[in-house]
Design a binder for this molecule. Sequence first.
Ligand SMILES: [Zn+2]
Length: 157
Amino acid sequence: MFKELESLSPNITPGRNERLGVVFHHSILSFGETIATMSKRENIVSYHCLIDADGTRCQLALDDTIAHHAGVSVFKGREGCNRFMLGCSFAGDTYKEPLTDAQLKSMLEWLEPRWTRYGWSIEWMTDHRTVAPDRKDDLKPEEWSRVHAAIAKRFGA
Ligand SMILES: [Zn+2]
């Protein structure tokens, strides 16, 4: 089991997240810098989960809250992913450093209890680049392929 911290961000919108799936991101910043950024209200950003290179996770928003991770976005024909998707981010920049094995294992560990609880399926796993294609480039396509393959292997296609 990887260590999990909690540092709840003030940057959430009132309402209940429908929790239909997950949008994956990278945060560019380091683990500590990302947590510090998300603790400040003026930055208006938050993920539900952030994963460091060593697999340590930080919960920044509770699953049933609407966090500010996807912005203007569309998935499965529906706008505003923040209302119905959780945001899970890897610390760092996947264009500069590939995801570590610990990050991938920790991501699966985070998904595990939620997969059955929320009735998730692989079709509802996506990344920021896919839901905001002209605006965002995370994850690097090769790294998103690794994430997707790890999820498919663990939970089935
Ligand atoms: Zn992103």
